[in-house]
Design a binder for this molecule. Structure first.
Ligand SMILES: NC(=O)c1ccc[n+]([C@@H]2O[C@H](COP(=O)([O-])OP(=O)(O)OC[C@H]3O[C@@H](n4cnc5c(N)ncnc54)[C@H](O)[C@@H]3O)[C@@H](O)[C@H]2O)c1
Ligand SMILES: O=C(O)C1=N[C@H](C(=O)O)CCC1
Length: 251
């Protein structure tokens, strides 16, 4: 039998972390060697011999956690939000000093969500208008969601590459926030509602028509195939990968 990959979870007491612990424990090729909660020392990752660290913590803590992992020769799979361009650039620099070490930052692990964002980017240049509505549970601390930010970035890059002008918008008078957040020129609207898990709609409008690309995560089980895919693949993907789409064959 081939050796199991030693995996640690950070944020093991949280909604996603507890689900990831169960998924890793159920995978025959993976061994859960540490499950750290808030307040536990990161040194436990080293003493446990973790090869891959899964970070599902909070936007304030994730950067320090991941940098610690890389500095100690561990690969990391990161689902936590808050990784803006400056933090990613700084991490990429750190990874240059640790050749062979890989980090995956995945704003969304659900394969359907990754596909939906990719489809939206493909469609974006064919429509005058694009706006995003993301809808999540009310215990979420960040807005817009990491998924919506990533989707807006992909959509904006596709429109820029095709020289598509900004979408029409005659608004000159609006209450603060009424038109949502501007992410690279794409309007993103955030809904927080009890009963929801994680949902997103990309609305694409042209003369007389609308295309809506919607994805729903009804349960956090939806994220686990992507977490496991990331854990298994990251050891062979040195450097920084932003988006699970980087590990899939999407074009
Ligand atoms: N990429 C994805 O597919 C995906 C899916 C769901 C959630 N998320 C993101 O994952 C993050 C966690 O989401 P959640 O719903 O599980 O939140 P949560 O609040 O339920 O869990 C976070 C947990 O991390 C713990 N924590 C904080 N700092 C820690 C540290 N240094 N070490 C160990 N534990 C620490 C907290 O005590 C908490 O238990 C959020 O940023 C969320 O947006 C990503
Ligand atoms: O529940 C959350 O929090 C989620 N966070 C990620 C995001 O911000 O996009 C992924 C979806 C669920």
């Amino acid at each position: 039998m081939t050796e199991q990959l030693a995996v640690a979870v950070l944020g093991a007491g949280g909604r996603m972390g507890s689900e990831a612990v169960t998924a890793i424990e159920s995978a025959p090729d993976l061994e859960l060697v540490a499950a750290l909660k808030r307040g536990d020392s990161l040194d436990e990752l080293v003493s446990a011999g973790a090869q891959v660290v899964v970070d599902l913590t909070t936007p304030e803590n994730t950067e320090a956690n991941v940098r610690f992992a890389v500095e100690h020769g561990m690969h990391a799979v990161v689902g936590t939000t808050g990784w803006d361009e400056a933090k990613r650039a700084s991490l990429a620099q750190l990874l240059e000093q640790h050749p062979g070490t890989g980090v995956l930052i995945a704003p969304n692990f659900a394969l359907g969500s990754v596909l939906a964002s990719s489809f939206a980017a493909t469609a974006a240049k064919y429509f005058e208008s694009v706006e995003i509505i993301e809808l999540h549970h009310p215990d979420k601390v960040d807005a817009p969601s990491g998924t919506a930010i990533r989707t807006a970035q992909l959509v904006a890059a596709a429109r820029d590459a095709a020289d598509v002008p900004a979408g029409p918008d005659a608004t000159t008078k609006a209450l603060d926030g009424a038109r949502g957040a501007d992410v690279d020129g794409v309007r993103v609207h955030s809904v927080r509602l009890r009963g929801l898990v994680a949902h997103q709609e990309v609305l694409l409008g042209g003369p007389g028509e609308q295309l809506t690309i919607r994805h729903d995560s009804f349960d956090r089980a939806s994220f686990m195939p992507g977490v496991l895919l990331g854990v298994r693949a990251v050891t062979g993907r040195p450097g920084l990968t932003y988006g699970l789409d980087g590990y899939l064959e999407l074009s």
